[in-house]
Design a protein around this ligand. Structure first.
Ligand SMILES: NC(=O)c1ccc[n+]([C@@H]2O[C@H](COP(=O)([O-])OP(=O)(O)OC[C@H]3O[C@@H](n4cnc5c(N)ncnc54)[C@H](OP(=O)(O)O)[C@@H]3O)[C@@H](O)[C@H]2O)c1
Length: 397
């Protein structure tokens, strides 16, 4: 923001008031930190938060390789938009809760996250994470706002919450995300009995520098460590039912096969499903195209107008043309046709670092904010510095 010039003219007083009002609006944003800020997902967070109406990046942390450096020097920036100037000069902090804001977006490897995320929650932070470390923990919500927003209630079961007000909320693995968005409206109407999914996953899903070019160019790698297990269990937790202090997994059979392919962004999946109830093609397409959730009802800033879109074209979706649909937040489905083994088969495409990672966490944070977990009990102007029922003070900047 530019400097205000104090003027005695009535017009000058008006413009000063406007500047002050704008400043108040800006400073009312919730300060957030990013753990793992220099990585592929960390960079997406920075990009998506640049003009965010509710959140403002106030703290960046990464490994001790990056600590103390200006962000632009520490990060090997890999996105098509430039590093926001305010962020480029920010120093990368040590990855400890001292001096960190109370809302943390996390994008660390699972092994590091397993030790670090509880430390931040213990210190009273809301940790909104991409990592798989705690996704399947009984009292940790694994959430997609359009699919299972009620699972955020598990926050109240966490010991960190009781001690310090802090908590952990997770989003799914990038390959489970597109699949679950495509399955959720179908499961609701026709009840899934069996799901089989074969993925073709982009190289950006492996982080940076990720897979060596000599390994992936002109090649397909039919193995991604722990990916199939994650897809199978997370899909059933996301579509499961909240039951007191845990989630009863959705009772369908699921088999996933995961492959890495030479695509930059976007995970494509070939999916076959069997339902308990009879479903016609027109009903399936209707279930997808009319699907909306709390993210759309509450107009969350990062929510796409349409979470799932169906393309009639016989050779789509393709990552090159469709991955950025809905600013990377819409899952595209196509090629619906009968399956000779199960009932129906179709193709799903989802952006792995946006909807499958940073965008997913951001949408979760927006949901938590409107639910009053991030210091502001309802949408709109800040009223009092609370932290849901846990009572962590001073979240507003
Ligand atoms: N890429 C995707 O599409 C995707 C999708 C969904 C979920 N995820 C998950 O998101 C997480 C991050 O993935 P990514 O692709 O962004 O990985 P990445 O590019 O390898 O980035 C890893 C980040 O963690 C930091 N880091 C490493 N060791 C650390 C330590 N000891 N202490 C603090 N920070 C440390 C790195 O900092 P330095 O730069 O200083 O080393 C870097 O900022 C992973 O759990 C991944 O499974 C990724």
């Amino acid at each position: 923001m530019g400097h205000a010039t104090i003027s005695c003219s009535p017009k000058g007083r008006v413009s000063l008031a406007v500047v002050k009002f704008n400043y108040l609006l800006m400073s009312a944003k919730i300060p957030v930190g990013i753990l793992g800020a220099t990585g592929i997902v960390g960079q997406r967070f920075i990009q998506m938060l640049e003009h965010h109406p509710w959140f403002e990046v106030a703290w960046l942390a990464a490994s001790d390789r990056s600590e103390g450096k200006p962000y632009a020097e520490a990060a090997c920036w890999r996105l098509k938009t430039a590093i926001p100037p305010r962020i480029a000069g920010m120093r990368v902090s040590a990855a400890t809760p001292d001096g960190a804001p109370k809302v943390i977006f996390a994008a660390l490897d699972a092994s590091i996250a397993a030790e670090m995320e509880p430390r931040f929650a213990e210190a009273g932070c809301a940790v909104i994470t991409n990592s798989s470390a705690l996704r399947m923990a009984k009292d940790v919500p694994l959430v997609i706002p359009e699919v299972n927003p009620d699972h955020t209630k598990l926050i109240e079961c966490q010991s960190w919450r009781r001690k310090s007000g802090g908590f952990v909320v997770t989003n799914s693995n990038c390959s489970a995300m597109g699949l679950v968005l495509a399955l959720a409206p179908l499961h609701k109407r026709f009840e899934l009995e069996t799901v089989m999914a074969v993925t073709m996953q982009a190289v950006s899903g492996a982080g940076y520098p990720g897979v060596a070019s000599l390994d992936i160019l002109g090649n397909v790698i039919p193995y991604i460590a722990k990916e199939e297990e994650k897809m199978e269990e997370e899909t059933r937790k996301l579509l499961g039912t909240l039951n007191g202090a845990g989630v009863v997994l959705a009772p369908f059979k699921m088999s996933a096969q995961c492959n890495r392919v030479a695509v930059e962004d976007g995970h494509t999946e070939s999916v076959s499903v069997k339902f308990k109830k009879k479903a016609e093609a027109v009903e399936i397409v209707d279930a997808w195209t009319t699907f909306r959730g709390v993210a759309q009802a509450k107009k969350l800033p990062s929510a796409p107008d349409v979470p799932v879109r169906y393309l009639e074209l016989s050779d789509r979706p393709q990552p090159r043309f469709d991955v950025d649909s809905g600013n990377g937040m819409t899952t595209t489905v196509g090629r619906l046709r009968p399956c000779a083994v199960l009932d129906w088969k179709f193709t799903v495409l989802s952006h792995n670092t946006i909807r499958g990672a940073a965008g997913a966490a951001l949408l979760n944070a927006e949901l938590l904010k409107v639910e009053g977990y991030l210091g502001f009990p309802t949408e709109g102007a800040p009223s009092f510095p609370s932290f849901g029922k846990g009572g962590i003070p001073q979240l507003n900047g």
